[in-house]
Design a protein around this ligand. Structure first.
Ligand SMILES: *Cc1c(COP(=O)(O)O)cnc(C)c1O
Length: 509
C-alpha cells in the first residue's frame, strides 16, 4: 500500500467516526450544530494547509458545524432524505473511480449500462410501464433539473406540433428558437398550467425561456388548492393561439396531496392533451413513490390517487429524497425520446459520438450536462440491494411515521392538523397522508414561535411554511433511519411540553 492509499484509508475511517458516534450510550445526534460550533467553523474559513492539516481542519472545524440531516433520523425539514449505507459506499466509489459518464462507450466502461439498468429498475418499481415506452430517460442532478428538462421537452413538443399543423416541417422548435417557432406556428403565448406547482417549476419556466409568469395556477377550490381544476384546463386549451404544458404536482410540498385524484382524471387530461396538442409533465419528485408502497389496504388511497400518472409525456423523480441516495441525484423520463434528443443533442461533435446500437443513448444527448459524474451508481446500489420489497417496506415506514405524527397532532388540544377539511368529523381518516404532515398551533402567539421552539430542541427538525396565509409547520419524513414508535412518542412529548411551557411563560407576563 502506498502512502497515499494509507492516507485515504485512514481518512475514510476517520470520516466514518465523525459521522457516527461509536458510543452506544451517547445521546442521539443533534439535528443542528451548536452556535459555538458554527462560530468556530466560520472563524476558521478559509485556511491554507497541506493535505493532512486540511483533513484536521475539515474534520475538526467544518464537520461539527454541519447539520444532522443524515446523522439524525429526525431531521424532517424540507424534503431531504438521508443516505443508506450501501449508497454511501457506492458514492465513495464514484469519486474514487471518477468516471465521466457522457458518451455511451460499451467497450470501454460499463458505466452507461449501469445507469440504464438503474433507470429501468426504477420504472419497474414505480410501475410506470416498459423501458420501450419510456425510451427517453436519464439521471439528472435533482428534481429541479428534471423539471427544466420537462418544460424544455414540453416547449419542444407543443411547438413542433403547432409547426407541423401550420405546414412547417423543415426545422424543429429547438433549431428555430422559441421566438421564430412561435411566429411561424401562430402561437402568441405558451402557458404552463398547474396547481401549487413547486417553486422550481417557475424557475424552470424562466430558464427555458417561457418566463415564470407563464405559470398559471388553476386550483380546484380554496379548500383543495393542490388539486387541478380540469374544467379550467379545458378552457385554457381551447384558447386561440395559446399552446399549453400541463404540469402536474404529484405531490404538493406542503400537504403531499396530488393534482389529480387518479386514473379517471388522468384519462381525461390525456384525452384533452391529445386533442389540443398539449404536453403533460408530472413533477413526482417524492410523491410518485406512493406507487411503490405495499399493495395493502393501508395504502390503498395513495395508490388510487397516484394511478394514471403513467399517462404523462414526461416525469420528474427525485433520487436524493425518498430513495435515500446522496445529493445530487434525480431522474427524468419521457415517452418522446425524439423530443428529448432534439432539445439536448450536441450537433457537430463527431468525437463525442457513440457507435453502439444497443438502444442506450449517450447521456450527453439526453440531458443538460456533457461531462457528469457517475451519479447513477448509488441509486443502482440501493435499487438492487433493497429491491421492490425492501423499498416498499422503507416507504411504508415513512408513511406510518407521518400518519403517527398526524394522529398525535390531531388528538392534541393545542394543535390543528392541516389541511383542515380531511377525514370524518372525528378526523379518523389519515389515508391521504403520504410523507408530509402540515399543522399549526391553535394559539396564534405559540404559532408565531413554534418552528423555532421545535428546532431549538435539537431532537427533531421541521420546516416553516404558510397555509392559507398563516404560519404553519411542515414535517416531511423521508429518512431511512426513522423509528416509527419512538419518533412518534418523542414528537407527542415534545409538542405537549412546548405548548405547556408557552402557557406557563404567558401566565407569568
Ligand atoms: C424537492 C422538490 C423539487 C426540487 O427538487 P431538487 O431535487 O431540490 O432540485 C421539485 N419538485 C418537488 C415536488 C419537490 O419536492
Amino acid at each position: 500500500m502506498t502512502v497515499r492509499d494509507e492516507f485515504m484509508q485512514h481518512t475514510y475511517s476517520r470520516i466514518r467516526d465523525a459521522v457516527s458516534s461509536n458510543d452506544k450510550n451517547a445521546a442521539p445526534p443533534s439535528t443542528l450544530p451548536q452556535p459555538s460550533q458554527l462560530g468556530r467553523a466560520r472563524a476558521s474559513l478559509p485556511r491554507s494547509d497541506d493535505d493532512r492539516a486540511t483533513v484536521e481542519h475539515l474534520l475538526g472545524d467544518i464537520a461539527p458545524a454541519l447539520n444532522g440531516q443524515n446523522r439524525s433520523g429526525r431531521y424532517w425539514g424540507f424534503v431531504t432524505g438521508a443516505v443508506l449505507p450501501v449508497a454511501e459506499v457506492a458514492d465513495n466509489m464514484v469519486s474514487a473511480f471518477d468516471q465521466n459518464v457522457q458518451v455511451h462507450l460499451p467497450h470501454q466502461t460499463i458505466a452507461t449500462e449501469v445507469e440504464d439498468a438503474a433507470l429501468k429498475m426504477l420504472l419497474d418499481i414505480l410501475r410506470l410501464g416498459t423501458a420501450e415506452e419510456w425510451a427517453g430517460r436519464t439521471f439528472t442532478t435533482g428534481a429541479t433539473a428534471s423539471n427544466i428538462l420537462g418544460l424544455a421537452c414540453g416547449r419542444e413538443g407543443v411547438l413542433t406540433h403547432r409547426l407541423s399543423t401550420a405546414g412547417f416541417k423543415e426545422k424543429t422548435a429547438s433549431e428555430l428558437g422559441i421566438l421564430s417557432a412561435c411566429m411561424r406556428a401562430g402561437v402568441r403565448e405558451i402557458r404552463v398550467l398547474t396547481s401549487m406547482g413547486h417553486s422550481s417549476l417557475s424557475k424552470a419556466a424562466s430558464i427555458v425561456g417561457l418566463g415564470s409568469a407563464t405559470v398559471h395556477e388553476l386550483p380546484h377550490s380554496v379548500d383543495e388548492p393542490w388539486r387541478l381544476d380540469l374544467d379550467a384546463v379545458q378552457r385554457e386549451l381551447q384558447r386561440e393561439g395559446v399552446a399549453c404544458i400541463i404540469a402536474l404536482s404529484a405531490g404538493e410540498v406542503n400537504t403531499g396531496r396530488s393534482a389529480t385524484r387518479g386514473l379517471e382524471d388522468m384519462r381525461r387530461l390525456r384525452q384533452l392533451a391529445d386533442q389540443y396538442g398539449a404536453w403533460i409533465h408530472v413533477d413526482g419528485a417524492f410523491g410518485i413513490f406512493a406507487r411503490a408502497l405495499p399493495d395493502t389496504d393501508e395504502f390503498s388511497r395513495l395508490h388510487q390517487t397516484a394511478a394514471g400518472l403513467e399517462l404523462a409525456d414526461s416525469i420528474t423523480v427525485d433520487g436524493h429524497k425518498l430513495l435515500n441516495v446522496p445529493y445530487d441525484c434525480g431522474l427524468f423520463y419521457t415517452r418522446q425520446v425524439s423530443v428529448l434528443t432534439s432539445v439536448c443533442q450536441n450537433p457537430n461533435a463527431a468525437y463525442l459520438s457513440s457507435s453502439a446500437s444497443d438502444g442506450i443513448q449517450s447521456p450527453l444527448n439526453v440531458g443538460l450536462e456533457n461531462s457528469r459524474r457517475f451519479r447513477a451508481l448509488p441509486a443502482y446500489a440501493v435499487l438492487i440491494s433493497e429491491g421492490r420489497e425492501g423499498l416498499a417496506h422503507m416507504f411504508a415506514r415513512m408513511v406510518r411515521l407521518a400518519r403517527g405524527i398526524a394522529a398525535v397532532v390531531r388528538d392534541s388540544p393545542d394543535y390543528l392538523l392541516l389541511p383542515d377539511n380531511q377525514g370524518d368529523e372525528h378526523g379518523a381518516e389519515l389515508g391521504d397522508t403520504h410523507i408530509c404532515v402540515l399543522f399549526r398551533a391553535k394559539e396564534d402567539s405559540l404559532n408565531d414561535v413554534l418552528v423555532e421552539a421545535i428546532n431549538a430542541t435539537g431532537a427533531w427538525y421541521v420546516s416553516s411554511t404558510k397555509w392559507k396565509g398563516q404560519k404553519a409547520v411542515r414535517v416531511a419524513v423521508a429518512n431511512w433511519r426513522i423509528n416509527v414508535t419512538e419518533d412518534q412518542e418523542l414528537v407527542g412529548r415534545s409538542l405537549a411540553s412546548i405548548a405547556q411551557e408557552h402557557k406557563t411563560s404567558r401566565s407569568h407576563v
